[in-house]
Design a protein around this ligand. Structure first.
Ligand code: SAM
Length: 268
């Protein structure tokens, strides 16, 4: 648990802001969960029939799991027990909860404590056409827009896309375009970008992710992994990335952490 949120401040209505891919993930057993996840889900949703309906509609493939969860709720479950289940569920999924509440996501230290110098150290984006994959609230995309010719921010959560678009309008920016897309299925032609940036996105399937990011990068262009700052004292750079040829850069975060960032130039 990171304690990015205090779950007491949230309700299961948060799920109404999730896209299908997030619900597909939440409405199934969780590897490593300490306890009976399906029971927790049922209890957490027990006071939210409209949220259960939304889940049925948005994630039909998880309907059986959801119905089984709801069928396990004891008829005498108290409001207090239901609320306890709700806060436990939301705290457990805090990394998703912030996707629904971008202003809260901006307060998390990996974004709030980050300094754009850590991007400048990795690459000079002057005049480049840049993609930020899994852009979130736009930490990298907005920083890149200072020097780049154009920046595309792809992000699979509609709440975060809306947030970036609102920021673009508010700040009257013309260089950033926001769109949907998964790191393993980017909606771009081959060899489109001078640089593809990402932060905290790569890691579930290195081969597919890096292959797809490389596909949309021009020969001679750059893949950059620029993580945000936090308090974790990492002892070594990521071996998977080093093995794939990435060069690692280390710095100390204002939050006290040791951060590694990476870059790789695509073969010309
Ligand atoms: C921890 S946040 C990082 C946000 C931003 N890159 C940053 O570093 O400030 C991870 C982001 O990746 C997005 N994401 C999750 N799975 C993804 C995938 N398969 N492809 C692309 N983006 C993904 C999430 O919606 C979220 O915005």
């Amino acid at each position: 648990m990171y304690n990015w949120i205090n779950a007491e401040d949230y309700t299961m209505d948060t799920l109404l802001y999730f896209d299908q891919w997030v619900l597909d993930y939440l409405l199934k057993d969780q590897a490593g969960f300490d306890g009976d996840y399906q029971e927790l889900l049922g209890r957490a949703l027990s006071r939210y029939p409209h949220v259960a309906d939304y889940c049925r509609h948005m994630a039909p493939e998880r309907k059986d799991y959801l119905e089984a969860a709801l069928s396990r709720v004891p008829s005498d479950l108290s409001d207090q027990e239901a609320r306890q289940a709700e806060t436990r569920f939301l705290q457990y999924h805090e990394t998703f909860v912030v996707y629904a509440w971008p202003e809260a996501m901006e307060q998390v230290n990996y974004i709030a404590d980050w300094d754009r110098r850590w991007l400048d150290e990795l690459i000079d984006l002057t005049g480049m056409v840049v993609l930020d994959v899994g852009a979130g609230t736009g930490r990298l995309a907005f920083a890149a827009a200072r020097d780049a010719l154009r920046v595309y921010a792809s992000e699979p959560c509609y709440r975060l896309r809306d947030y970036m678009r609102m920021r673009i309008e508010k700040e009257n920016l013309t260089k950033i375009k926001v769109l949907d897309g998964f790191v393993t299925d980017l909606p771009f032609e081959d060899n489109t970008f001078d640089a593809v940036l990402s932060g905290h996105v790569v890691g579930d399937d290195y081969d597919r992710e890096i292959e797809e990011m490389s596909r949309v990068t021009k020969p001679g262009g750059w893949l950059v992994i620029c993580n945000g700052d936090d308090e974790f004292k990492r002892t070594a750079p990521n071996a998977e990335l080093l093995q794939r040829g990435f060069e690692a850069f280390r710095h100390t975060s204002p939050s006290g952490g040791i951060i590694y960032n990476y870059r790789l130039q695509r073969n010309t």
